[in-house]
Ligand binder design. Structure first.
Ligand code: FES
Length: 327
């Protein structure tokens, strides 16, 4: 119980504060914006309509989630309303399991299921301990009972006030320290693509993408044999977005003077759109931090994604100087 309490408590405080420290989390127009994440999570989730509704008030939802996480974390660590804290923690991870990691296959690669189990076990332990405590307690004379109840109410109030004040203080401190958004969207993608008619485009690893292949898009669509971009319009070490008819949102990376590679932009973790970081030359996912190396077949080099991004065959037409989607 102590191990669970310490781990879950610290993790939730960290998760909440980290959201305030991440300047892009509440910043519309950046890849890590909470609104983008909510819209991606809603696609194909059994609680999609609820998540979509929350996406309409994304900044408010983001602040509320972060504050609740901090409050649950502090409550768990300091044993302030521990049963309520554990029940809310369990609820949060169940919601995340049904949305953020619902598409992860197999399920054990997504972290929210095991967090929900940990909260459930911890909650059951707390309830058992509370029952045993009540059974052991000797009945008090009525006069003493009134004094004890008064004292309990006073302590509850003080602890609740500490919890609320601590959550707001940590939230404000995180926002003050956050600074400017570190990464701006190079490829765009604040608004994820809409699903296809049947709702999804199957992905090679068997999971389902919330970003459908038939999505309306402003990016150039490149059926096989047609040009994606002129080679000289993409700087060496740069990338441009395009739309692949079968994979949906995609990215063309120029790896060298005469070397290009193209990949689906749909993250293999939970389906957010990956972006390109020109500084490090990696494709990164704003939702949970997955990183893919475009030079090595978009292999996973960081974060929770289970498999590389699907590759899209492309070729350079040296006569016209164009990069073509391969037949
Ligand atoms: Fe989770 Fe990309 S969707 S890391």
């Amino acid at each position: 119980m102590r191990i669970l309490r310490a781990f879950l408590g610290v993790t939730f405080v960290y998760a909440g504060v980290q959201k305030f420290l991440d300047a892009s989390f509440l910043h519309s127009g950046t890849p890590g914006y909470i609104g983008n994440q909510l819209r991606a999570f809603a696609q194909g989730s059994p609680i999609g309509p609820v998540i979509s509704a929350l996406a309409h008030v994304a900044p408010l939802t983001g602040v509320a989630i972060a504050l609740i996480e901090i409050a649950v974390g502090i409550g768990t660590l300091l044993a302030i309303a521990p049963i309520t804290s554990a029940a809310i923690g369990l609820g949060i991870n169940l919601v995340l399991f049904l949305s953020a990691t619902w598409h992860v296959h197999p399920y054990f690669l997504g972290s929210d299921s095991i967090y929900a189990v940990a909260w459930g076990a911890y909650l059951a332990g707390l309830i058992t301990a509370r029952r045993a405590e009540l059974e052991r307690a000797a009945p008090l004379p009525p006069r003493h009972r009134a004094i004890v109840e008064q004292e309990i109410a006073r302590r509850r109030f003080l602890r609740g006030a500490t919890l609320v004040a601590g959550s707001f203080l940590l939230g404000i401190a995180g926002s003050v320290l956050a600074g400017k958004p570190p990464r701006t969207s190079v490829l765009g993608g604040e608004t994820p693509g809409s699903p296809t008619e049947n709702g999804h485009t199957p992905r090679p690893n068997g999971t389902r993408s919330p970003h459908g292949g038939g999505a309306p898009t402003t990016e150039p669509t490149a059926p096989a044999g047609t040009p994606i971009a002129r080679l000289d319009s993409v700087p060496v070490g740069g990338a441009v977005p395009f739309h692949d008819p079968s994979q949906g949102p995609a990215v063309l990376c120029r790896l060298g003077t005469d070397k290009v590679a193209a990949y689906s932009r749909v993250c293999t973790h939970a389906g957010c759109l990956v972006d390109f970081d020109p500084g490090s030359g990696v494709l990164f996912c704003p939702c949970h931090g997955a990183e893919f190396d475009p030079k090595r077949g978009a292999q996973v080099i960081g974060g929770p994604a289970p498999v590389p991004l699907p590759a899209i065959p492309v070729t350079i037409d040296h006569q016209t100087g164009e990069v073509l989607a391969k037949e």
